[in-house]
Design a protein around this ligand. Sequence first.
Ligand SMILES: Nc1ncnc2c1ncn2[C@@H]1O[C@H](COP(=O)(O)OP(=O)(O)O)[C@@H](O)[C@H]1O
Ligand SMILES: [Mg+2]
Length: 229
Amino acid sequence: MLEVKKMNTFYGKSHILFDVSLFIKEGEVVGLLGRNGAGKTTTMKSIAGLLTPKSGEILFHDESLIGKKPYEIVRRGICYVPDERRIFGDLTVEDNLEIVYKRNNEWTKDRVYNLFPQLKEISQRKAGLLSGGERAMLAIGRALMSSPKLLLLDEPTEGLAPIIVKMLEEQILELKKTGISILLSEQNIISSLKIIDRAYVIDNGKICFEGTVSELAQNEGVKRDHFLI
Ligand SMILES: Nc1ncnc2c1ncn2[C@@H]1O[C@H](COP(=O)(O)OP(=O)(O)O)[C@@H](O)[C@H]1O
Ligand SMILES: [Mg+2]
């Protein structure tokens, strides 16, 4: 469904992404793994239209996304969930879910509450008062309200306690069963192996490995060089 070909992205004069190519098939959960500063967020923002690549191609269902505005990309069914999990702190959990653009009615508030029962319990709480795990769930839940076909999840478990990470991973696996496609960025390779089908490893803005989870698990060199394990 998504194909990125030889994408080069800059911040001003700084060349950050070098010929990044990747693809995601319908229903796949694909990992974008790499250390802090490797280029994961830049890749996702480029796909979401928040940054414009200087060269290369991004095709979604064979349509080019280059030059399209972020909202046009959301309307086509791609939703980016940033690592800072921007939510509206002054609004309640429920209002945060209601406020988003709705692409179609595939996802409703109740369906989000079904996936994240914790959110239902605190639906009237101001989002600014939520814990890290609750914020992460709300950010994903809010993205789902736009009924995306492809979710770009930027380090969803970063900074969360291990027990919350485990819960969130199980919820992402539940989400996968709905047939949605996910590009998931992670620094923690071990944790990501449980949820992803395939992976790309990015380092210094270049894709340096691509393969299935078992190929990655067996590749001691990649694990040693990029993940300090
Ligand atoms: N707004 C920015 N301006 C200039 N350089 C940036 C900016 N954001 C990120 N970078 C640089 O781009 C590189 C990739 O960053 P990023 O994509 O955020 O990595 P990751 O998400 O893998 O941690 C890093 O070297 C980072 O310092
Ligand atoms: Mg990042």
